[in-house]
Design a protein around this ligand. Structure first.
Ligand code: UDP
Length: 266
């Protein structure tokens, strides 16, 4: 984090969209300390300046906030269900929850702040190395003809949200008058299992790669806990922001895979 750079820019801007963060379960497990520091200290610094110069601010948060809650769809004011602090995965959820608490605390002091919780956003420019999200991983494997790795039984599900929908929701929450002091799920409510995702990517890339089931431990190490289902309730975002996700998985994957085909090393 570069505080002097923040200090230089914040006074002259109208709106703050704070998206910088440590993201991705693999990253968090690789260096939990760096992830906690990045997420907590970064947001603390941004909100401190936003308060000092009185700037409307949007804080990007995550569906990981809900942890392993089993009751779907997740509503913005639902309880959070997390595992033990000895399981590093949950430090990501905790660090982003601290960010949200900061944001709500500043909102209580009158600062116009809003929060968005993203649900498995994907699209062109997905980093094949960095974040390591499932769409990037499976796309790379399919395009290279390597085995497509599905963790566990592949029946765990996510709601994949195309990037243009994520951006639209972010802009609405950052600017709409009714968004102030509120948190919103920004996601596509259509649920897809990871096995289904693997089959779709294989079909769309016409890949000969086999789909291979691998145990979670082989990828994340022992003691890993996954979220079985993760589905957003989007009625609040629709009601207060007019947010409606528009791009379905098939259309979004086609655009994403076309980009990956050009940019990933084969
Ligand atoms: N996953 C998978 N194969 C991979 C990478 C991920 O089966 O090569 C699974 C992962 O175990 C999880 C889901 O895909 O169940 C989504 O993982 P991701 O890291 O993209 O995001 P998460 O929703 O877990 O934050």
């Amino acid at each position: 984090m570069n505080e002097s750079l923040l200090e230089r820019f914040v006074p002259s801007i109208d709106l703050i969209f704070h998206l910088a963060a440590a993201v991705g379960v693999r990253h968090i497990l690789g260096d939990p300390l760096a992830a906690i520091n990045t997420n907590v200290r970064g947001t603390e610094a941004v909100l401190d300046l936003a308060f000092r110069y009185w700037k409307r601010t949007l804080i990007a948060s995550t569906s990981e906030i809900y942890g392993k809650a089993s009751h779907v769809p997740f509503r913005e004011d639902d309880d959070r269900v997390l595992g033990s602090t000895a399981v590093p995965r949950w430090s990501y959820s905790m660090s982003k929850a601290i960010d949200e608490h900061f944001a709500f605390a500043y909102a209580a002091k009158g600062l116009p702040v809003s929060i968005v919780r993203y649900f498995n956003s994907y699209g062109p420019r997905l980093d094949e190395r960095g974040y390591g999200s499932v769409v990037a991983n499976l796309a790379r494997q399919a395009l290279r003809g390597e085995p497509i790795t599905v963790h566990g039984d592949g029946e765990q599900s996510r709601c994949f949200t195309y990037i243009s929908d994520t951006i639209a929701g972010t802009l609405l929450a950052g600017e709409a008058a009714g968004a102030v002091g509120q948190a919103f799920n920004i996601g596509n409510p259509k649920e897809t299992s990871i096995l289904e995702l693997a089959r779709t990517i294989k079909r769309l890339t016409r890949s000969k790669s086999p789909i291979e089931f691998i145990p979670y431990e082989a990828y994340y190490g022992v003691g890993f806990e996954d979220t079985r289902r993760r589905v957003p309730a989007v009625d609040k975002a629709k009601r207060l922001l007019g947010f409606t996700p528009r791009i379905d998985l098939e259309a979004g994957l086609k655009k994403t895979l076309a980009w990956c085909r050009e940019h990933y090393r084969h």
